[in-house]
Ligand binder design. Sequence first.
Ligand code: FCB
Length: 463
Amino acid sequence: MMKVDLPGDFIYGAATAAYQVEGAWNEEGRGESIWDSFAHKKGTIRDGSTGDVACDHYHRYSEDVAIMKTLNLDAYRFSISWPRVLPEGKGRINHRGLDFYKKLLDSLLEHDITPYVTLFHWDLPFSLQDTFGGFYSRQCSDYFADYAAMVAKELGDRVGNWITLNEPQDYASNGHFLGEHAPGHKRVWEYLKVMHHLLLGHGKAVQSIKAVRPESRVGITLNLMPVHPRTESEKDKNAADLADQFMNRITLDPLFRGSYPEKLFHTLRWFKPKVKEQDWEYITTGIDFLGVNNYTREFAYHAWYIPLLHTWMTGADIAETEYEENGRQYTSMGWEVFPRGMYDVLMRLKNEYGNPPVLVTENGAAFDDAPPVNGRVPDEKRVQFINGYLHMIARALQDGADVRGYFVWSLLDNFEWSVGFTKRFGIVYVNYETLERTIKDSGLWYMDFIKSQKNRQDEGGEG
Ligand code: FCB
């Protein structure tokens, strides 16, 4: 196992998202989200499952916080379900929904675990989608900023760290272009508009949160990954460049440079959003940290049959099981295990985007774990995975990247969107029939790892 040394004030956490763990989908006044209606439709989720119950975190949060404490976590990243607190997305507040988050937060604070709260992890209130097309419409950015301000006002005495959006690029591409996530649209013309309105909503929310709670630290979480050409041909190199703009630069450039990537905008020029001068003031509003989710890399190739973009990526389909091929290891999502990609992403942020303070807000792996035997779930591959990526984070830190913390995805096995419960990302195993939790070996390893990092610091061993 590679030795990893991280700084004394480095933050160790685990992450989840509301729809993937909470359940209680129609309890205590919660409104419907687009993920409820999407998952309830036949044929949308690989195993026919839904997030109706999920991990039942809504009722079992105390047990889950106790597990976090056992694991020595400094921090917990979770998301707020927008329709749980604003059933129609705007206007009427559901106080019983807010109470749940207050109880969860109190329990975290009692256990000395710092909350990092995501405001939008994809579960848009259905009524906003239904009445005016959700983020396809510019109006949605204002509703988002209002929602953010309301939550900051109500919960800001307990929360210091906010993440506006989780992976806006994924939301726009999977939900509006590929149709594999809610709201399930296969409409290439929606992609850039949804992107723009999400980023605009982010900027407005940063400002609206700070207006209510000036002391808050606010960031955004992006999915970033290296995109390599499949071959050295000019066509594949061009495809990789365009794919990089589509996946990475579509969010990085506007946030940090105040512009959109040109080639992509030229390629999709018929579907460009209306960008007002003032929008840039919002979008480039300073953030206190950048959340980075990284799992793998992609290989792009020229694909004549993809409308307009003519580029595609090898990892676009989710696998059935984990496998190895040509000496490379793939998780059960079919995502290549490529720790070096984490380093490359972090160094790119340092070298090309002004070295922002970074929190790795998600990293982890789905493997085909067997159910517990005598209370143990041996998941050595996940241990190797996490250790390998942490090693690359330590290397990036040595080379000047400004990384402040790491959140493993995920605390619990949970509802993995379009592939339902077929994939297990947790460092804690969840039995979906009894809802019993069992800490996997990776969880026990992480627990010891955190402790040993802290002990090293106490002994003055920090380099
Ligand atoms: C990310 C999502 C997260 C989870 C992981 C595996 O894209 O943010 O909710 O599904 O992938």
